[in-house]
Structures are given as structure tokens and as C-alpha cells.
Design a protein around this ligand. Structure first.
Ligand SMILES: [Fe+2]
Length: 329
């Protein structure tokens, strides 16, 4: 059953770090500052209310699990795709080793092989906290947008509630970082993404004003990212941001990304209240679609710009709602 309990972090206590003037800084905010959310779609939360002890445990166990169960497999895989002799960047591969966990609408944690009991238990505890944090953040976004509390969560619901899952990733050292990305540039398709990243090994970058900017490790912080669906619902007021992971020659980078997304059959469309408030011209209105249809499209074009995806969904919408011409002869 879906939980709706309040997170243990007070909204007035949330602090986040943002990059301005070339340096990361930590700020305290009674609510997420609208201008900052708009201008810097990736944030880092410091005072998120999740116990540091739990985060340390999750990090240790994730790294242990990688060494025990995944490292060898990855080495064999890359050995068969030797980089020697390659001169230009490989565009159809990511230098990562991952597995996925699903939490909502139903958890598949008990079906994942190779997870030790203490790891499974720590992850369960961790994702419950992340789920609460995601819902709190969605409500803060509602507040900033002037939407009623719970609007975004409701917009994500569909018939079975939102989907929530985690991609546990490891980015092993790469002998030729110039030839392959850890993860190629993309925007996330879904709603709100909470990332617990390695506190030592860097690699994550975001695209801002045409320039790639590092999101360096910061111990015990959670990186927040907004996906394409929030861009559609806010009609572009908040934008999903392009990001990528570079490979490094030293160290394996841990990345635990939890995706709080709409349910498969949720119908996604710009919030009417926002369109009215801003008196948006019809040509500027984002499309309306079923989330699952967007994901089908995304699967094939994830590493391409998002705008053609929105246009394709708009075209599908037009096809769906335009009645066929009536034959008169
Ligand atoms: Fe991503």
C-alpha cells in the first residue's frame, strides 16, 4: 500500500547547495526558491533528514555488492569489447554496471538475486526515506508554482499510484576515458530523481548555457534532478536538464538514482491553472499523453534532445483528437 506519512525532515530545515559564480555553496531555504529551481534544475540537498549512518551503510554495502557480484562480470564484458585500436568515441555504449530495484507500485526487492539480507534491509529502509523526500519536494514545487498541495503527486498517480524505482549503478575505472562515457548525455524521462552519489569519485556533469558543469561529490548529500514529465506538467516553467557521466581512470563511482515517476497509465498534461495564469499561447502548450506512450518513445531516443520527443507526442495528440474527414462523395 502506498504510504503518505510526512517525511521526518522539516520543510523549513531543508538546505541545499547550488553552484553560482564557480563555487558550490550551501544555503538554507524556507522553501525552494523559484528562480533557483528554474535556473539550476539540478540541486543538492544537505539537510534532507536521512540518517548519515544509514547512508554510510548503504554506500558500504553497495560497494561490497559490486565487488562480490558484479565486478568480475563487468571486466569480462569490457574485455570482449576491447578499446584498443579504437580511435573515435564509442557512441553506442555506456561504461557502467547496473541493476534495478522497483519499489512502487509493488516492490521486487525480494526477487533480486545476489542481494545479502543486510543489504536488502538497508536499501528498503533507505528507499522509504527517499520516497518521503520525493513527495515532500513535489509539494514544495507545488507551493512554488501556486498549485494546490498534492497536485503533482496526484498528477503522477494513474490507476495504481506513482512508480518508484532505483537504478544502482557503478562506473568502474576506464583506461581510455576519452573514448567512452560512463553514461551518455540525456534528460531523465520521469518526474523527480534523487541521487545518492559517490563521495570520492566524480564524473557527473550537467549542461548549463551550453557548457558542461561538474556536480562534484559532497558527502551525505542527495542530488535532485527534474525529469521531462515535470517540464510538461509545469509547461516548461521547470525544465529537465541534460546530464552525463564521464569515465575516470581511477576509482569506481557509485551512483544510486531513485526515480519517482508517474504511473504507467497516468495522463500527463500541463496544469491548466498554470496555463491560465500565464495566458500561454496555444502554440506554446506542451503535449498531453499517457506516460507509458512517452516511455515507449523515450526508450529509442533517450540519448537525443528532448524537444523532438515533445513534438512527437504533440503530433500523436493531434492525430488522436482530430476526427477523420467525413466522406462526402
Ligand atoms: Fe539520468
Amino acid at each position: 500500500m502506498h504510504r503518505s506519512t510526512r517525511p521526518n525532515c522539516g520543510r523549513d530545515k531543508i538546505r541545499y547547495a547550488s553552484k553560482k559564480g564557480g563555487a558550490w555553496r550551501v544555503e538554507k531555504a524556507s522553501k525552494l526558491d523559484e528562480e533557483k529551481v528554474k535556473s539550476e534544475a539540478i540541486k543538492r540537498l544537505i539537510n534532507h533528514g536521512i540518517s548519515h549512518e544509514l547512508m554510510d551503510k548503504v554506500e558500504t554495502l553497495t560497494k561490497e555488492h559490486y565487488r562480490k557480484c558484479m565486478e568480475q562480470r563487468f571486466k569480462e564484458l569490457v574485455a570482449s569489447k576491447a578499446l584498443e585500436g579504437v580511435e573515435t568515441e564509442i557512441e553506442d555504449m555506456d561504461w557502467e554496471s547496473t541493476f534495478f530495484l522497483r519499489h512502487l507500485p509493488e516492490s521486487n526487492m525480494s526477487e533480486i538475486p545476489d542481494l545479502e539480507d543486510d543489504y536488502r534491509k538497508a536499501m528498503k529502509e533507505f528507499v522509504v526515506e527517499l520516497e518521503k523526500l520525493a513527495e515532500l519536494l513535489l509539494d514544495l514545487l507545488c507551493e512554488n508554482l501556486g498549485l494546490e498541495k498534492g497536485y503533482l503527486k496526484k498528477a503522477f498517480c494513474g490507476s495504481k499510484g506513482p512508480t518508484f524505482g532505483t537504478k544502482v549503478g557503478n562506473y568502474p575505472p576506464c583506461p581510455r576515458p576519452e573514448l567512452v562515457k560512463g553514461l551518455r548525455a540525456h534528460t531523465d524521462a520521469g518526474g523527480i530523481i534523487l541521487l545518492f552519489q559517490d563521495d570520492q569519485v566524480s564524473g557527473l556533469q550537467l549542461l548549463k548555457d551550453g557548457e558542461w558543469i561538474d556536480v562534484p561529490p559532497m558527502r551525505h548529500s542527495i542530488v535532485i534532478n527534474l525529469g521531462d514529465q515535470l517540464e510538461v506538467i509545469t509547461n516548461g516553467k521547470y525544465k529537465s536538464v541534460m546530464h552525463r557521466v564521464l569515465t575516470q581512470t581511477e576509482g569506481t563511482r557509485m551512483s544510486i538514482a531513485s526515480f519517482y515517476n508517474p504511473g504507467r497509465d497516468a495522463v500527463i498534461y500541463p496544469a491548466p491553472e498554470l496555463l491560465e495564469k500565464e495566458a500561454v499561447d496555444e502554440s506554446q502548450v506542451y503535449p498531453k499523453f499517457v506516460f507509458e506512450d512517452y516511455m515507449k518513445l523515450y526508450a529509442g531516443v533517450k540519448f537525443q534532445a528532448k524537444e523532438p520527443r515533445f513534438e512527437a507526442m504533440k503530433a500523436m495528440e493531434t492525430t488522436a483528437v482530430t476526427p477523420a474527414p467525413i466522406a462526402i462523395a
